[in-house]
Design a protein around this ligand. Structure first.
Ligand code: DGL
Length: 275
């Protein structure tokens, strides 16, 4: 059978680009379709029902566009919608399709990262409230203490490119200080939102040097590479022309400009409607 299938990457906006970049670096041959729901970002402050509805719409759209596997490059969608979609919707849509998230692979890495066994998670309100990180970490590594801090301003700061302002930096510093004041023994902080690596240079300014700051990109790329190795039945369906198509639910011109800055190269995008 001819390999025609693409790999779908979905996020509420620009954050998934940080995952896409790492995937392209690690697995350059495959064909990717990126979908950012920029018109409805941020997801992090929305209800479970809304995040589930939006994520399911994006999932169906990417399957229609010939994706066999979709990566939710969004912690909020991974925390709030992934399991329901995997268990309830995929069997009805097509049981050979797959949707993968970013939380579990990140959690699996945690033990290799911390020495004090005190870890901090920065994420959206939705991710933090879902308790996905503490629950998953407890299952695998019950000896690790987890502190979390929601950063509700950070995604809007990235989406609007307002992070490099005095006001933007104020909110960034405030959330970091809150997290660090909760547990003085934290030696590792996971950026549990795919938007945050875009502002990593600013975040670093407020984090003591002895604390490791972990972005998910390379973790997800490594884990997905391993997934394809373990699933040749899916890998063999994926086409390999090293292409990336970009779709947004907002203006394609705005997306091209901002994504171009975040990816450091010129890109072309199309607008589509979800729902
Ligand atoms: N990139 C998404 C995440 O990883 C941001 C969600 C949002 O839109 O608030 O959680």
């Amino acid at each position: 059978m001819k390999a025609t299938k693409k790999i779908g990457i979905f996020d509420s906006g620009y954050g998934g680009l940080t995952i896409l970049s790492s995937l392209i670096k690690e697995l350059p041959d495959y064909d990717y379709i990126y979908l950012g729901d920029n018109a409805r970002t941020p997801y992090g402050t929305r209800s479970f029902e809304t995040i589930y509805k939006y994520s399911l719409q994006a999932t169906k759209k990417l399957f229609e566009m010939d994706c066999q596997i979709i990566i939710f490059a969004c912690n909020t969608a991974s925390a709030k919608a992934l399991r329901s979609i995997q268990q309830n919707d995929l069997p009805k849509i097509d049981s050979t399709y797959r949707v993968l998230g970013v939380i579990r692979p990140s959690v699996e890495e945690i033990e290799n990262l911390t020495q004090t066994n005190h870890v901090g998670i920065l994420g959206t309100t939705g991710t933090v409230k879902s308790m996905s990180y503490p629950i998953e970490i407890k299952k695998l590594y019950p000896h690790i203490k987890v502190s979390q801090q929601a950063c509700p301003m950070w995604v809007p700061l990235v989406e609007n490119r307002e992070y490099n302002t005095e006001g933007g930096k104020f909110f960034i510093q405030k959330s970091i200080e809150k997290l660090l004041s909760e547990d003085k023994k934290i030696d590792t902080i996971i950026l549990g939102c795919t938007h945050y690596p875009i502002i990593e240079d600013i975040i670093k300014q407020y984090i003591p040097e002895n604390i490791k700051l972990i972005s998910q990109g390379s973790i997800i790329a490594e884990s997905f590479k391993d997934y394809l190795r373990r699933h040749p039945e899916f890998e063999s369906l994926c086409s390999k022309n090293s292409s990336v198509q970009f779709y947004t639910t907002e203006s394609n011109k705005g997306f091209e400009e901002n994504a171009g800055v975040f990816l450091n190269k010129k890109i072309y995008a199309n607008t589509l409607v979800l729902g």
